[in-house]
Ligand binder design. Structure first.
Ligand SMILES: Nc1nc2c(ncn2[C@@H]2O[C@H](COP(=O)(O)OP(=O)(O)OP(=O)(O)O)[C@@H](O)[C@H]2O)c(=O)[nH]1
Ligand SMILES: [Mg+2]
Ligand SMILES: [Zn+2]
Length: 285
């Protein structure tokens, strides 16, 4: 009899499938293992006698961390460390491109409130929910925790913004295992194993912090990855408008009329240039 469950961890060729009542260690049918779009943490699968037989259609899939069916990406920011808004913009674009709903959490409000205002100004039109919390004092956690209930959540953001602290606060003092890094036998590459931890209906994947360098965005999709541009971009003269200096670009016009946050648009132009440069460089090689 086929049983339905969700993959909560993949490790050393073993698939840990959570059903309504238990976690079962499974192997997989050969073909599923080989395919590059085979099985990922977060996948809903059907298994029988300890063997995964099929993967259900996924609603989205993130590459870093490698996880499917994410309900919410929580992008965390705080000061310290000095916020890198370029990285922040890229994270938002990534979520948008991978079709993952996202929210912003400003952490460390016990220490600094200036960042909260900057983030509000920059992103209030790009995101529905911005939470202001302190993992240290617990401020703002009731609201955040209610919002995340029932969701599979991925945390992202710069190193040291407090992602792990937030997860620990959400989970009380309970012990939890986060992301495990596994060295391949060659000792070169580091593969990361994403593991879902669950408590009180919140399912979480914590991730190590990363820098803007780690994020790869395609040039042709980037111009469509700004939620607050979408109100205007449909009216641009060219269907493939990059919203830079094209004639009759309604996004640029909106920016000029103060309808789009100036700093966010300026960074957009910079990031676009950078992506384009990188494409050129990659093609030359
Ligand atoms: N004042 C204050 N400090 C905090 C708060 N949350 C976290 N910190 C501190 O910030 C530092 C970094 O916290 P982590 O939770 O390790 O940050 P992280 O985002 O998981 O970092 P990486 O795993 O390296 O990506 C630690 O020293 C925490 O004690 C907060 O709300 N207020
Ligand atoms: Mg951490
Ligand atoms: Zn345009």
């Amino acid at each position: 009899m086929l049983i339905l469950g969700q993959i909560i961890k993949i490790h050393s060729g073993k698939y840990f499938v959570k059903t309504e009542s238990e976690i079962i260690e499974c192997s997989a049918k050969g073909a599923l293992k080989i395919k590059s779009d085979g099985i990922f943490t977060g996948d809903f699968v059907e298994f029988e006698n300890g063997v995964v037989k099929s993967v259900k259609t996924r609603k989205n899939r993130l590459i870093r961390p490698s996880v499917a069916n994410v309900d919410c990406m929580v992008i965390v920011v705080a000061n310290p460390p000095e916020p890198d808004l370029y990285l922040f913009d890229k994270l938002i674009s990534t979520a948008h491109i991978y079709d993952i709903p996202f929210s912003i959490v400003v952490n460390k409000v016990d220490f600094d409130l200036k960042t909260a205002n900057i983030i509000k100004e920059n992103y209030k039109d790009a995101v529905e929910n911005i939470f202001f919390v302190s993992a240290k004092t617990g401020e703002g956690f009731e609201e955040l925790s209610n919002f995340l209930k029932g969701k599979l959540v991925v945390f992202s953001g710069q190193s040291a913004v407090g992602k792990t602290s937030i997860v620990n606060r959400l989970f009380g003092e309970s012990k939890r295992t986060g992301e495990v890094s596994v060295k391949t036998q060659k000792g070169k590459q580091t593969t990361t194993v994403s593991e879902i931890t669950e408590r009180d209906g919140i399912r979480v994947i914590d991730t190590p912090g990363f820098t803007a360098m780690d994020i790869d965005i395609e040039e042709d999709v980037f111009p469509w990855s700004y939620p607050e541009f979408s109100k205007y971009s449909g009216e641009c003269k060219f269907a493939d408008c990059r919203h830079l200096k094209e004639p009759d670009c309604m996004v640029r016009k909106a920016y000029e009329n103060g309808l789009i946050n100036k700093d966010r648009y300026k960074r957009y132009c910079e990031i676009y240039k950078e992506i384009k440069e990188k494409d050129r460089y990659d093609k030359k090689r």
